[in-house]
Ligand binder design. Structure first.
Ligand code: ADP
Ligand code: MG
Length: 226
């Protein structure tokens, strides 16, 4: 369960990025967040992963009080939340396999576990057969799928993705979205920020619309929830 209560984020005197956000997301849900550029979508994601702190309000994620989390607890929170951003950040000198393995190595995971997990997550994103390629030998869509695989390495309960298909054409977009659907079917909560109305319509799941830092619409398959 993710609960935001009265969350406001003010970056500076002239910039209120989020205003009094109240939001509950149940475990296993698939929620899309839409809204114009500057409406606060990325800020909302950053608050969830404790990259920014709210100016006011509470954020609870599976029992953690994220707004008050200590620096030493952040890595534990981040293992519960897989993150995918638009700009792929793969290590260019590592192979597909090594890129995913690296996320586990830095977390101190045992070699035997890494050998077990990496092929599994590469299988989920359909890249088991390209595990020895370097990022430059992959298409944009494939690179983004490696990023998704890496975000799955810690078996997170929640995946947050900020415009994960922003740089992709429509075929690659569908492939990446289908992977998120599959991950969601395994029981993982998915929070997807997207500009793409077609994606949202195709999903037929909950859609939250932000406008100037406020939730102005919350609907499921075209029906209001508010
Ligand atoms: N680090 C920051 N410092 C100051 N203002 C910021 C910062 N990050 C975002 N903003 C401002 O907060 C508002 C919301 O930004 P953002 O959350 O990135 O929106 P979106 O992702 O919907 O485009 C914008 O007006 C943006 O300029
Ligand atoms: Mg953004």
């Amino acid at each position: 369960m993710i609960k935001l209560h009265g969350v406001t984020k003010i970056y500076g005197p002239d910039c209120v990025a989020l205003r009094d956000i109240n939001l509950n997301i149940v475990s296993g849900d698939f929620v899309s967040i839409v809204g114009q550029s500057g409406s606060g979508k990325t800020t909302l994601i950053k608050l969830l992963i404790a990259e920014e702190k709210p100016t006011k309000g509470n954020i609870e994620i599976s029992g953690w009080d994220v707004a008050k989390i200590g620096v030493s607890d952040i890595p534990y929170l981040r293992r519960q939340i897989g993150v995918v951003f638009q700009d792929f950040k793969l290590l260019p000198k590592k192979t597909v396999y090594e890129n995913v393995a690296f996320a586990l190595e830095v977390a101190g995971e045992k070699y035997s576990r890494i050998k077990q997990i990496v092929p599994q997550v590469l299988d989920v994103v359909g890249l088991a057969n390209k595990k020895n390629r370097y990022p430059c030998q992959l298409s944009g869509g494939e690179q983004q799928r490696v990023v998704v695989a890496r975000s799955l390495a810690h078996r997170p309960k929640i995946i947050v993705a900020d415009e994960p298909t922003g740089n992709l054409d429509s075929i690659n977009t569908v492939e990446v979205i289908d992977i998120f659907k599959k991950i969601n079917e395994f029981g993982t909560t998915v929070i997807l920020v997207t500009h793409n109305r077609e994606v949202v319509n195709h999903l037929r799941r909950r859609v939250i619309t932000l406008h100037e830092g406020k939730i102005i619409n919350d609907e499921i398959d075209g029906k209001y929830r508010l």
